[in-house]
Ligand binder design. Structure first.
Ligand SMILES: [Zn+2]
Length: 561
């Protein structure tokens, strides 16, 4: 074991959605030799995600060390004043100081690649390439700006994101090829920058494992209701993990002996057997009232008859009539529902003067009450009525059972103040939901409350789980130990400690000392500071209308709205 030195560096590999339920068995049978090396030679454990276990709150908690009540990010969408329609979050909505800002204030350099919610890119001491929620075609997505030119020059076919329109069109072959290609490109980028640029913290994030697990889980899992039998996508997820394993090997080769490696995911993953359509449940239970509109009846009838936008486009393509949809204005196209009905599909049809609760997005896993003075047409009184209604919904939803099994479909229901704390608590949803294992909480359009999931080509058969992963490896890390009780808010304090810096005392997380060699902790105790670090910018930012629409299309392709 080496002495702490100012040359100590930390390399962080972020794997969106990575889960031990796949990693460990594959590592054990020799399919992921480099992960096996890290598991055997280091410390690891389940990393509890945020509620909901979702990319924006998850990664934001990982890079700030605080809970969503302090950083302000609860899902992909921020509630807007005087509007029910939500806007996608951007980097400037994060209210807590970010890891690289804290490091920058101590003169340490960071290289940050593809973390979600890093657009627009603000200056930092180091380099940054923006990640998820960067608009397609954005002109400036790196710091410094010239970095983008350099990357395009040295890395063939360089690109930021997977083209998710393949998911929309159900072109799974092309989608998988694209996912593996983008993984390779980001691996080459990581190794290139790791070798050539100076850094104290290197934080590289790969989003593709998440996308591949959403789309291909049922092809791997014979217990899934829509497992098609032996098939060409059987190993799609393994292929993706193996690419990451190769990258991990290359990283390990390049790390010097005094450096540490931390691998984490923002949430885990599991098979989804069934959808629970919360919007439909709210309608059935009388909390959400739809206007009797002919347009809505038409939409629901189309949906029931199986006429959906994705299928229509596919058939037109097959008939070589792909140009037909382009002739129609958006307003007409919107009359044909998507295969996964979203809140947007029904929002215009809600009678807000009689609606007391609503469920605005699939990924958000949360119910909002239609509160007087807060929502534009709110009817629920903030005193008394709010508390009583919330208790009633929590009780009734807790009783919602799957008729096939007789067991509850919601795993946990929380009031916001029971799971979050901090100055942005009042932006939080009123009720937070966590589905029971195997269920996905969806929006809805129609009568069904519970139905089988993952049937169509574009419907997801895998979804997020609270149990993410954390792995630590390096000179001060105990080897071969499994740690308990790690949370995603513990990541930033642990990185700060490994870099020889004090932990700001406003942080909710703690240093994962049980993963570290006791002698070392004794000699170099954890220290705290009362210093506040100001975010690098306070000015707001909004995407243009066009950017917002392209981001929303992407989120629809990914199944988050
Ligand atoms: Zn995901």
């Amino acid at each position: 074991m080496r002495e702490a030195s100012t040359r100590q560096r930390v390399f962080v590999l972020g794997l969106d959605g990575a889960t031990f339920t796949l990693l460990k068995p594959w590592a054990a049978v020799g399919k992921l030799p480099n992960f096996k090396r890290v598991l055997d030679g280091g410390a690891h454990g389940i990393l509890k995600s945020t509620l909901p276990p979702l990319t924006p709150p998850g990664w934001t908690s990982a890079i700030t060390g605080v809970n969503p009540g302090k950083h302000n990010i609860y899902s992909f969408f921020k509630p807007m004043r005087r509007a029910y329609r939500r806007r996608v979050y951007n980097a400037r909505d994060i209210k807590a100081p970010k890891l690289w800002e804290i490091l920058g204030a101590s003169g340490k350099r960071s290289i940050i690649l593809h973390l979600p919610l890093t657009y627009p890119v603000d200056p930092l001491n180091g380099l940054m390439v923006a990640g998820m929620m960067t608009p397609v075609g954005a002109a400036h997505y790196t710091y410094p700006r010239e970095l983008a030119d350099e990357l395009r020059r040295v890395i063939a076919d360089y690109r930021l994101n997977v083209d998710t329109t393949y998911a929309r069109a159900g072109r799974l072959n092309t989608l998988l090829k694209e996912c593996l290609e983008v993984t390779d490109i980001h691996c080459r980028e990581t190794l290139y920058l790791m070798e050539r640029k100076p850094w104290d913290l290197f934080f590289a994030m790969l989003h593709t494992p998440d996308l591949v697990m959403h789309m291909f889980w049922k092809f791997m899992e014979p217990r899934h209701p829509f497992y098609p039998g032996p098939n060409e996508f059987q190993d799609a997820i393994l292929q993706c993990y193996r690419r990451v394993d190769v990258l991990l090997g290359e990283i390990l080769e390049r790390l010097d002996e005094s450096s540490h490696l931390l691998i984490l995911s923002d949430h885990g993953f599991e098979m989804t057997r069934k959808n629970v359509f919360i919007t439909n449940w709210l309608v059935h239970s009388g909390y959400l009232v739809l206007r009797r509109a002919r347009r809505l009846a038409f939409k629901r009838a189309l949906f029931k008859a199986g006429i959906q936008r994705e299928r229509l486009v596919k058939h037109l393509e097959a008939w070589r009539l792909a140009w037909v949809p382009k002739l129609f204005p958006e307003s007409i196209k919107n009359q044909v529902p998507r295969s996964r009905p979203s809140f947007q599909n029904i929002e215009d049809h809600i009678d807000w003067t009689r609606t007391r609760a609503y469920f605005p997005s699939a990924g958000g896993s949360a119910i909002y009450l239609n509160v007087k003075g807060r929502e534009p047409l709110g009817i629920v009184h903030p005193d008394g009525e709010y508390a009583a209604l919330r208790d009633e919904i929590i009780e009734r939803l807790g009783e919602l059972k799957d008729p096939e099994t007789g067991r509850p479909v919601i795993g946990a229901i929380h009031k916001r103040e029971d799971v979050y704390w901090g100055e942005y608590l009042d932006h939080a949803p009123d009720i937070m939901l966590l589905p029971a294992s195997g269920y996905f909480l969806n929006e809805g359009l129609g009568d069904e409350v519970i139905s089988r999931a993952g049937g169509g080509k574009v419907e997801r058969s895998g979804n997020h789980h609270m149990d993410g992963v954390v792995m630590l490896y390096g000179p001060c890390v105990r080897s071969g130990v499994e740690i308990q009780g790690a949370r995603i808010i513990d990541v930033t304090p642990t990185i700060l400690y490994l870099l020889g810096l004090p932990v700001p005392d406003y942080m909710d997380g703690r240093v994962l000392t049980e993963a570290l060699v006791p002698d070392y902790i004794e000699r170099v105790p954890v220290t705290y500071t009362a210093a506040r670090f100001e975010a690098s910018t306070t000015s707001g930012f909004e995407y243009t209308e066009e950017e917002r629409m392209s981001l929303e299309e992407r989120l629809k392709d990914l199944g988050y709205m």
